[in-house]
Design a protein around this ligand. Structure first.
Ligand SMILES: Cc1cc2nc3c(=O)[nH]c(=O)nc-3n(C[C@H](O)[C@H](O)[C@H](O)COP(=O)(O)OP(=O)(O)OC[C@H]3O[C@@H](n4cnc5c(N)ncnc54)[C@H](O)[C@@H]3O)c2cc1C
Length: 704
């Protein structure tokens, strides 16, 4: 017994010694911070952070695999406590949120029905999946089930929608979506995104130079979420009030509804949303990223400069706009007349952009009041040139400098500033573009009795917007087609009395594809007029490159006097100078300048953050995705598009009151219902035969 007791004691002692030696040999010291970090986390063990509970998240933080703000439930407070434990500063970062980019209307047609399948993942693993659409949302709601914060719900159209107020950006939905469709991104990342070739893009989205998500904002209008629609538009276009009034809407050109019916009136819907905000008496909040302490000088406060400044500011940069004129707006203010875009609307729009924290320095001309060296000395890290195309082309005919002769931009700018211009009883406007038409319609409103428009080609070749040409016709302008000025005649005081022009006929097409006007010999004709306005084209004024000894003298320009930039990045040969809008493209459209402004903002952002200035591989870059361009769509029930409500001609020719009126809420909703909510291939037309939905498939053709 005693023996056995000693044996047991001996064995016990031996085990103790072995264990204590083993403990010393195999001891793994746990970092004491893990326990402390875990104490700072919410303790919910929800997995929303992407780790298997709070302990795993704490280990990840200490090992540097996760950031102090890992806890999506604990929020800023938890992040501050974890940072203190880790000895780092919290900093300020933008919060990501989830977004489902699929607005597949009534869903894509069904391919195969599998009874009993209730999950996206299971459905996607079965042969072919259930939906014909290869890219869009399957609509079984795996993401809704995965969201621990109640931020996802099934929308009325059968696809999930995100409640941004509840979303913590944990990424659970993104992880479970078998289509890789849901994206969890910060606002900045979204602002910097450009259309990719492999995305689900309706034709309208591809043809909008600003790349607005048109189907989404129309869906939002249809659902009564006009604030959402405004935010969708504004994420790509900060000048929605202006564009809603003056954009010639290239987006409507390839609208699929237009193949069998009239295109959706997309721009009127944009205007409806934009006016809704202005008339609501408040401004919808706009996100701005934390400050980067980088400074950018924007030269020119037109659409390109305003757009570039707006996006840079939203990305957290410090922006100052230098503008030669007394007020910002560029051609929106000094070219486009009041009856198309009222100044008070423009003022409201621009103020909203400046309110984000942008400084405006009007009455400052680059190249005269300041130059590149002074901007660099003042601490600006990059410069954007958005100087537009303000130099009018001259006719180069005898007598064109006589009293009573004006150039289009000079005339419109003076009218826009409210300055008086000596008017004649008759006036001849030379040119066929928007500038010429705006001059004509302004002259009519100012009381000139007879206004001619003299154009060397025919109506079909006029570059002005069709609606503008029609409006000028209705308002009484007289068109002299196939007429090319050869001289200006005047009296002994040097005052214009006649315009001499030659009749033309159309010959072979020129480089622009339009038939070249050829003079008819001996057809000289005199037109009696006491005022002539030349509006035959404009170019950027880049004379500041010649007037300087500084680095600016090396800025490359093209033979059209535009700033020579890389078309993908809009960076010039001087790495910290970028340009967009008319200054880079030559005279173009407001929406082109806006799209260019955002593209330049991305490049400037990359430059400021020390990244490579480059576009993303796979960007669509204004090309169309051939398989999205159909030549036939079936099942369309014809319904005329909403008509533009206009001020009657008799009222408008005597005033500068706005001509085009906004849609009512009811009309806007009706128009939104005409949208097919196209995606890359799906559109929503479905009929039910028995219980089985039959897809009425669109006929696709390869674009030429
Ligand atoms: C009469 C007219 C009618 C038009 N109608 C339409 C239309 O209906 N729809 C449409 O889409 N487009 C229309 N356009 C075209 C459209 O207005 C332009 O494409 C657009 O404004 C270009 O924007 P931007 O910012 O590049 O240039 P701009 O709008 O020209 O702005 C350039 C700004 O830079 C400033 N600036 C220039 N030089 C300097 C300098 N050295 N220092 C400081 N500031 C400087 C100018 O004062 C101006 O404010 C029209 C153009 C004209 C002239």
């Amino acid at each position: 017994m005693i023996y056995a007791t000693f044996v047991m004691l001996g064995l016990g002692t031996l085990c103790g010694v072995v264990l204590s030696v083993a403990a010393r040999v195999f001891y793994v010291k746990q970092d004491p911070r893990i326990e402390k970090v875990e104490g700072c986390l919410s303790g919910a063990n929800c997995g929303g952070c992407g780790f298997a509970g709070c302990s795993a998240a704490a280990v990840a933080v200490v090992e540097g695999r996760a950031k102090p703000n890992v806890c999506v439930v604990g929020g800023a407070e938890s992040a501050a406590m974890v940072s203190e434990v880790m000895g780092v500063s919290v900093g300020v970062a933008e919060a990501p949120t989830a977004q489902n980019p699929c607005v597949g209307g009534h869903r894509a047609p069904v391919k195969y029905l599998y009874d009993g399948i209730k999950g996206c993942r299971a459905q996607s693993m079965l042969f072919g999946g259930q939906l014909r659409c290869e890219m869009g949302c399957l609509g079984q709601g795996d993401c809704v089930k995965a969201c621990l914060f109640g931020a996802m719900k099934m929308g009325p159209e059968g696809y999930p929608v995100v409640d941004k107020n509840k979303c913590v950006g944990c990424g659970s939905c993104e992880r479970v979506c078998p289509r890789g469709l849901l994206e969890v991104k910060t606002p900045s990342v979204r602002l910097l995104h450009f259309n990719q070739k492999d995305e689900c893009l309706a034709p309208c989205r591809q043809t909008c130079p600003a790349e607005i998500n048109i189907p989404l904002y129309i869906a939002q209008i249809r659902a009564g979420d006009v604030e959402g629609a405004v935010n969708t538009i504004r994420d790509r276009n900060p000048l929605l009030l202006s564009c809603g009034r003056v954009c010639p809407h290239p987006c409507e050109t390839n609208c699929r509804r237009g193949i069998e019916d009239e295109a959706v009136s997309i721009n009127q819907l944009k205007r409806f949303a934009a006016d809704f905000e202005m008339n609501s008496g408040k401004r919808f909040p706009v996100s701005v990223a934390p400050s980067t302490n980088k400074r950018v000088a924007i030269v020119g406060g037109g659409p390109a400069g305003l757009s570039c400044g707006f996006f840079l500011r939203r990305l957290g940069h410090d922006v100052t706009i230098f503008e030669a004129m007394p007020k910002l707006g560029g051609m929106l203010r000094y070219g486009i007349p009041e009856y198309r875009l009222p100044k008070k609307v423009l003022d409201w729009e621009i103020q909203g952009i400046l309110d984000l924290g942008i400084t405006a320095r009007p009455n400052v001309t680059f190249g005269l009041d300041l130059d590149l060296a002074s901007l660099v000395a003042a601490g600006f890290d990059a410069v954007f040139l958005g100087i537009g195309a303000w130099k009018d082309s001259m006719l180069r005919v005898e007598g064109e400098n006589m009293k009573g002769c004006y150039t289009g931009i000079d005339f419109l700018a003076r009218a826009g500033k409210g300055e008086s211009v000596e008017l004649g009883r008759t006036a001849a406007v030379i040119g066929g573009g928007n500038t010429a038409i705006d001059c004509v319609r302004t002259l009519i409103r100012l009381g000139v009795e007879k206004v001619y428009i003299v154009y060397r080609r025919t109506r079909g070749e006029m570059p002005a917007n069709e609606v503008e040409i029609e409006a000028a016709e209705h308002e009484g302008a007289e068109f002299l087609f196939l007429s090319a000025p050869v001289s200006v005649k005047g009296d002994e005081e040097g005052k214009v009395t006649h315009l001499e022009y030659l009749k033309m006929e159309l010959g072979e097409p020129d480089a622009s594809g339009r038939r070249r006007p050829v003079p008819v010999k001996g057809s000289e004709t005199l037109l009696q007029t006491d005022m002539i306005i030349t509006a035959i084209g404009q170019a950027p004024d880049v004379s500041f490159t010649e007037k300087t000894q500084s680095r600016l003298a090396q800025l490359k320009t093209t033979r059209w006097s535009t700033v020579d930039v890389d078309p993908r990045t809009l960076q010039s040969n001087i790495p910290y100078i970028f340009a967009a809008g008319d200054a880079a493209t030559g005279p173009s459209l407001v929406v082109e300048a806006i799209g260019g402004g955002r593209r330049a903002a991305r490049s400037i952002h990359q430059f400021l953050m020390g990244e490579k200035v480059a576009s993303e591989p796979g960007e669509l870059a204004k090309k169309l995705i051939p398989e999205t361009i159909f030549d036939q769509v079936e099942g369309i029930e014809r319904k005329p598009r909403c008509s533009m409500v206009e001020l009657p001609v008799s009222e408008r020719v005597h005033s500068f009151i706005e001509v085009d009126q906004v849609l009512t809420e009811e009309a806007a909703r009706d128009e939104s219902l005409r949208c097919l909510f196209c995606g890359r291939t799906c559109y929503t037309v479905e009929t039910v035969e028995g219980d089985f939905p039959i897809s009425l498939e669109a006929k696709k053709t390869r674009a030429a």
